[in-house]
Design a protein. Structure first.
Length: 159
């Protein structure tokens, strides 16, 4: 007479619990992945910030080491980035990072019709082409205020 051995394995309850846990983890990973792809869109004037960037109208010029920026449109500009390009290389910096200290960008930004002038410290650069790229303040999808840099195509290039 043969002895019946106990079957070894996991119980159906544990197997079901493990399957549910795996499905939940995969769903969470997919959710976070899609959330990062879509990004945190912000709003300004009830529109997506990226669409408001198209309405920004900046004027800019340089004279020696001085930069002059005017807001010729009706969209307030919170800050600006500068793309400094020379000999096929470029760097993207915030304006305050290359200003002589006593000429800081206004904390409130530039509203319609305002003009800013400041002295640049461009040591390390040899007459770069400068593109002024606006940064807007909007309301994030989570509800708080957040700054949103516009794309380079919305900038103003100084030759």
């Amino acid at each position: 007479m043969k002895k019946r051995g106990r079957k070894k394995g996991i119980s159906p309850v544990i197997a079901t619990t493990l399957l549910i846990a795996i499905v939940v983890i995969i769903a969470l990973i997919l959710f976070l992945w899609f959330r990062n792809i879509l990004g945190d869109y912000g709003e300004k004037f009830g529109k997506n910030v990226e669409l408001v960037c198209e309405d920004v109208v900046l004027g800019a010029s340089c004279s020696g080491n001085w930069i002059y920026i005017s807001n010729d449109g009706n969209v307030p500009v919170f800050k600006v980035n500068l793309k400094l390009e020379e000999q096929g290389k470029y760097s993207l910096v915030e304006l305050n990072d290359v200003l002589v200290s006593e000429n800081a960008w206004p904390e409130t930004g530039l509203t319609q019709g305002q003009v800013y002038s400041g002295q640049l410290d461009l040591s390390g650069y040899n007459n770069p082409e400068i593109t002024v790229i606006p940064i807007l303040m909007g309301v994030s999808s989570e509800g708080g205020k957040k700054s949103y840099p516009c794309e380079e195509r919305h900038g103003y290039t100084i030759y």
